[in-house]
Design a protein around this ligand. Sequence first.
Ligand code: RIB
Length: 301
Amino acid sequence: MKVLNLGSLNIDRVYSVEHFARKGETIASTKLEINGGGKGLNQSVALARAGAEVYHAGAIGSDGTFLQTLFESAGVHTEYLQMSKAQTGHAVIQLTPEGQNCIIISSGANDEIQEEYIDEVLKHFSPGDFLLLQNETSNVAYAMRRAKEKGMRIVFNASPVDERMKTYPLELVDYFLINEMEGCILADCEEISQSKYGEIIETVFLKFPHACIVMTVGSDGVIYRDIHKKASHDGYPVKVEDTTAAGDTFCGFFLAGVIQGLSVEECLETATRASAIAVSRKGAAVSIPDWKEVSRLLTTR
Ligand code: RIB
């Protein structure tokens, strides 16, 4: 079973700051690091490090060829990557000493994904294969429809959440991977608090009763709902260095677990551990552990 990740690739410019810049304020960063990132890229790296056969489709400009090298060393298949005349997408990330971030993205080549390209790539996949999507590329709705027509399973990480998403054929999605904020928007709820998590996931589930809903809730862990089952897993207490790509690591390991035939509980466990490792390190793709490291942690618990 193969995974096609039609996803974003970004160059992350990470500025270490004492606090996030406030309205009208100019602040100096104490350090600048340039890393490979993008929700799509991070999720493909996590999938590959978790042992899945993952093909990444997406677009980069000539300034982003190091992202292809990064994929190759992680074991991600890159034959469907597209070179674009546009600049590679990039992200401006402010990172505080507490490891919290605040991100601005500029789509660049991620917005150059056209319908013809999607059709071409999908030819290489079969019924039962997975299509993984996030909300950082163009033509997401088209990809969902065409992949479903082929009998592929759709996994949607509804991030970053925006108005476009309401126009997507979300009834075609088999797995939603969301955080509490994205869940709140999908559920049309008014406020987010710990006491509302159960209500939020239930409302999302009632809207999409054929899907599996996986909702991460920051350091509180994750909750899960499908037609047969409700499950949850607590977060692991770790010293937070950088939360960037924690959700992406979770997505990659969760989906890899599904493909390996693990139970829902095992998928939640490995994905929670993998993302705990990722937040204990700096950077996006570079912070993602591999299966060996996660399983070492599983056996020493
Ligand atoms: O999820 C983290 C990612 O979001 C970063 O790597 C950044 O590129 C943005 O897409």
